[in-house]
Design a protein. Structure first.
Length: 428
């Protein structure tokens, strides 16, 4: 890609930027002060990177163009949305431009994490590499006297860019914009961050961004003369899963840190007894009309692992370059050391990447408890009875001193009754 001047990159999109300005309804002074610097910073950050390797907006400048399209469609649709229901009519009216700008920014930057996760950018010789965590692509090019840069798509990127997007947010959002969004309270900035990071699917801002994203992708694929049915446009269901998990915990339909609980807040992090919890999670998603929800717990777990919301368990003694993993962890919470359940009982659990994915922004989540986790220190524990899901998933190898490996990679329908060790799951 040529390290073209940023003014030329912006000039190629001047018509779409003008449409965004008109839709935002900001005065010329407000647009130049608030929105124009963000557009400039985003163009500096992503420059001419494509949005995908072989899907939508895959040409030079595709990522910037896609962000602008999503910003336009989402901002336009936001005119029909009521974001604030409290306060006087004047107060609500005064907040409408703030919310519209929040929608526009969330939409523009919804793929901000892609340069951090999806691509590697270097000079011609491959010796100088851009660090997107530290500076924009254009800053890097100028500092190193690079006239043309080269990119390669990272293996195993698995669309984890949402989780990384917030790490680059301060390189794009200006202090003026952050002050503007924070002035009415924390809700505006919180909505922007959650929409970009993919951790809230039910908020109106995220809904607008998701729909606009689909519209932009659909139009680009049509213009590219690609058969849309042959490509995975789809709906990203991971944010809906996170929202559902939080809702089930807050409503106390899922128990925490007691015998039979679906959720365990441990000193090592947040864990979910996945096979036992999945049926109620699927029902909650279906009751809220979330389309195309997989019924199989393993498939749901894979979605979260592939996006970086859940942490897989490494295969013991595997090569450093191995991409195999176990979905679930064997956990023995201290709360189960007494009572009717055997002291050495373990539960197959999905390990969440952060406790906020389960408890949200709660200031007082349940106190963490101690637990023993097989493989946490790189060693396999003694054999024991695995509980917490269906009887078919139990592994009883007590007394032989062998490593206890759960049958985590097969659904209950596939289980054939033997006690063979689970095969590691190869990451796609």
């Amino acid at each position: 890609m040529p390290a073209a001047p940023i003014e030329k990159v912006l000039l190629t999109q001047r018509e779409l930027i003008a449409r965004i300005q008109q839709t935002l309804g900001l005065s010329n002074e407000e647009f130049e002060r608030l929105m124009r610097p963000v557009l400039h910073n985003y163009a500096e950050f992503v420059h001419l990177l494509p949005a995908s390797e072989a899907h939508h907006h895959r040409g030079a400048g595709g990522l910037f163009r896609h962000g602008l399209e999503v910003a336009f469609w989402a901002t336009q649709a936001s005119e029909a949305v009521i974001f604030v229901r409290d306060g006087t009519p004047r107060e609500r009216r005064n907040l409408e431009p703030c919310w519209r700008l929040a929608v526009c920014l969330a939409a523009l930057l919804h793929d901000l994490g892609k340069p951090l996760s999806d691509v590697t950018v270097t000079d011609k010789l491959g010796k100088t590499e851009w660090n997107p965590y530290a500076e924009s692509l254009m800053d890097w090019a100028r500092e190193n006297g690079i006239e043309r840069y080269f990119l390669r798509w990272n293996k195993g990127r698995h669309e984890r860019h949402e989780r990384l997007a917030t790490l680059a947010l301060n390189m794009v959002l200006t202090p003026d914009v952050r002050r503007y969004l924070r002035a009415p309270g924390p809700d505006l900035m919180k909505a922007v961050v959650e929409a970009i990071s993919g951790t809230s699917a039910l908020h109106p801002v995220t809904q607008l961004v998701l729909k606009a994203d689909q519209e932009s992708v659909k139009r680009d694929l049509k213009e590219s003369r690609l058969n849309i049915d042959e490509h995975s446009i789809g709906l990203s269901i991971e944010p809906y899963i996170i929202d559902a998990i939080r809702s089930l915990v807050v409503s106390k339909r899922w128990k925490v840190n007691v015998a039979g609980a679906q959720v365990w807040h441990l000193t090592q992090g947040a864990f979910i007894a996945w096979k036992a919890a999945a049926p109620s999670l699927v029902k909650h998603l279906q009751d809220n009309n979330v389309p195309a929800v997989p019924h199989d717990p393993d498939t749901l777990a894979d979605y979260l692992i592939d996006r970086g919301f859940a942490v897989p368990r490494p295969v013991p003694n595997s090569d450093a370059d191995s991409e195999a993993y176990y979905r679930y962890w064997e956990v023995a919470p201290s709360a189960l050391e007494e009572g009717e359940i055997a002291m050495n009982a373990k539960i197959l659990m999905l390990r969440m990447e952060d406790i906020s994915l389960v408890f949200g922004n709660s200031e007082n989540p349940p106190a963490p408890i101690e637990a023993t986790i097989t493989g946490e220190d790189g060693k396999e524990g003694q054999a024991s009875t695995t509980v917490g899901a269906s009887p078919q998933e139990s592994v009883a190898e007590a007394g032989n001193g062998a490593a206890c490996v759960p049958h985590a990679e097969r659904s209950t329908e596939e289980y054939n009754g033997d006690d063979a060790a689970e095969e590691p799951w190869p990451m796609p």
